[in-house]
Design a protein around this ligand. Structure first.
Ligand code: GTR
Length: 425
């Protein structure tokens, strides 16, 4: 508290008072004032927990990286299991005349069998045609079902639990034809294909439905109830993305050594955690991922750790709640999550109309991860200040602040494609 400025103290006091009188709103109002960001010190990427300096890429790879990864597993996202032995893939459709003959549409049924239970997920893949050899790919995870990516009538409608949405005629937590193509603006399918990349996507609800049910559904039900340092839903979704990559490694039309993992918002947190853990991902993209994603937690700007753990108790591991009111004791902050991707390229995108996700905090994570890239002789974002809107920057750590709201747009995809052209081609 001593670090806080008077106005912040006042708003906290009011909020606490309201909290006492209205038991359902115990959280302080979110801070959107840069002047009210508390003073903080970030854990140094190049200092081990025991105080030893990290002097080389070798020290990072052999000592500090495993330590940081373990800290994120134990305190933030929770550890997830190995690939299940009963994992199976089955190509259920392969249409070489999709999108007016421009693309191949492939669907793969993934079965996560373990003991008696066999949850299934459908991976949708669009491949460009007339290519010479296997193509690089974007592997993404989506919010409302694969069939919402495009109006293409050949995409199977998701059969898993889905959040109700009046605009798209989703009631009873089941999707139907009315939601086909409803999220089309977020997925530049044709643009991606034209640039020579495949687009693979999975519906997150196929892996773990996004509600707090005590881990009784999705792939969580295959495993015992998690301990305090074991996976929440973000870890489960990230685990699912690694299982998709397991399939992509078997697909001869895809260059699995050139797969970029991408997600938006809670699924941007997911893509970062997937890419941080699974070094087979060649590139990692976080779109407006915010708190628990790219944004620095210690800034407490917009969404805070306390708030996210309160609103979404199933996303992180239980240990994370210990830091709700003492974020400075957490041995990591999110710049270290970005650093875990090194030396692979990572892209962080923010939007001007998305203060909840703390765009500046997202930039700063990238900025403070640079010392790790430098150990490998690589440059990070390459600028000391957050760039103006719509001016992408960066070398091995890419960054832009797009004008507009919390969303994924063609502008975002244009930057991801340019970044991928630079690093994957
Ligand atoms: C919000 C949540 C954010 C972000 C977002 C989303 O409600 O507070 O952390 O993940 O949802 O996923 O759209």
């Amino acid at each position: 508290m001593t670090n806080l400025r008077p106005t912040r103290r006042l708003s906290l006091a009011i909020a606490t008072l309201i909290g006492f009188t209205m038991s359902d709103s115990p959280l302080p109002a979110a801070n959107y004032d840069e002047a009210e960001v508390p003073r903080y010190e970030l854990p140094d990427p190049l200092t081990m927990q025991n105080g030893t300096r990290v002097k080389s890429a070798k020290d990072w790879v052999e000592k500090r990286r495993p330590e940081v990864l373990e800290l994120f597993r134990k305190h933030v996202y929770g550890r997830s299991p190995e690939r299940p032995s009963g994992l199976k893939f089955k190509v259920i459709q392969n249409d070489t005349t999709a999108l007016g003959g421009q693309a191949v549409r492939r669907e793969v049924l993934i079965t996560f069998a373990r003991n008696e239970a066999t949850p299934e997920a459908t991976l949708l893949i669009y491949l460009p045609k007339d290519t010479d050899g296997p193509v690089p790919a974007f592997l993404t995870i989506n919010f409302v079902g694969n069939h919402t990516l495009h109006t293409d009538p050949g995409i199977s409608i998701s059969r898993s639990w889905v959040r109700n949405n009046k605009d798209w005629g989703i009631d009873n937590n089941r999707a139907d034809e009315r939601s086909r193509g409803s999220r089309r603006s977020r997925w530049a399918v044709e643009k991606i294909l034209k640039r020579g990349y495949a687009l693979a996507t999975i519906y997150y609800g196929d892996i773990d439905p996004d509600y707090d049910d005590g881990f009784a559904n999705g792939i969580h039900r295959l495993y015992p109830k998690p301990k305090p340092d074991e996976w929440g839903s973000i870890s489960a979704w990230a685990w699912g993305m690694s299982r998709c990559l397991d399939y992509l490694e078997t697909d001869r039309d895809i260059n699995a050594k050139k797969v970029a993992v991408m997600g938006h918002s809670r699924l941007g947190k997911t893509s970062l955690w997937a890419g941080a853990q699974d070094e087979r991902f060649a590139m990692v993209i976080s779109n407006d991922s915010g708190c628990g994603g790219a944004a620095l937690s210690r800034r407490e700007f917009g969404e805070t750790v306390k708030r996210i753990n309160t609103s979404f108790p199933h996303w992180f591991c239980d240990n994370f709640t210990q830091y709700n009111d003492r974020i400075n004791d957490l041995p990591v902050d999110q710049h270290l999550l970005i650093a875990l991707v090194a030396p692979r390229p990572v892209y962080i995108a923010s939007a001007t109309g998305d203060p909840w996700a703390d765009p500046k905090g997202e930039f700063l994570s990238g900025y403070h991860a640079a010392p790790v890239y430098e150990l490998f002789g690589l440059k990070g974002v390459g600028v000391a200040k957050q760039p103006k809107a719509d001016h992408p920057v960066g070398h091995h750590i890419g960054y832009h602040l797009r004008t507009g709201k919390h969303d994924v747009t063609d502008f975002d995809w244009e930057q991801y494609l340019n970044f991928a052209d630079r690093h994957l081609k």
